[in-house]
Design a protein around this ligand. Structure first.
Ligand code: FES
Length: 114
């Protein structure tokens, strides 16, 4: 049986205990944290990018490195490939649709009604 380790999802600050060795994507799913994906964890869509300081995650493997090549990939990992090994913090980017809706609502709040 694997030990449990703390994983924190930012910017929510949601901290969960997860079994060491599972992927960040799987941990997010089990914790109700939405991470976009189209390939269901096969390292094909590159939609599951998260940022991290790298601590507490598995070392980047050649396939993930190839997938991220050409991107400004400093601190970026694929949530489907990075495994949780120890206490870790990952930052999940806001869903683009949700961000657009939030910005529109903020604009409406700032504009006077008449
Ligand atoms: S889920 Fe598609 S690349 Fe990670």
């Amino acid at each position: 049986m694997s030990a449990k380790v703390p994983l924190t999802f930012m910017p929510e600050g949601k901290m969960v205990q997860v079994r060491a060795g599972i992927s960040v994507l799987e941990a997010a799913r089990r914790s109700g944290v939405p991470i976009r994906t189209r390939c269901d964890g096969k390292a094909a869509c590159l939609m599951c990018k998260v940022t991290t300081d790298g601590q507490g995650l598995s070392t980047i493997q050649p396939m993930e490195q190839r997938k991220l090549a050409g991107l400004d990939a400093e601190g970026i990992r694929l949530a489907c490939q990075a495994k949780v090994c120890g206490p870790a913090i990952v930052c999940v980017p806001e869903d683009p649709l949700r961000a657009a809706v939030r910005k529109q609502l903020e604009r409406q709040r700032e504009e006077p009604l008449w």
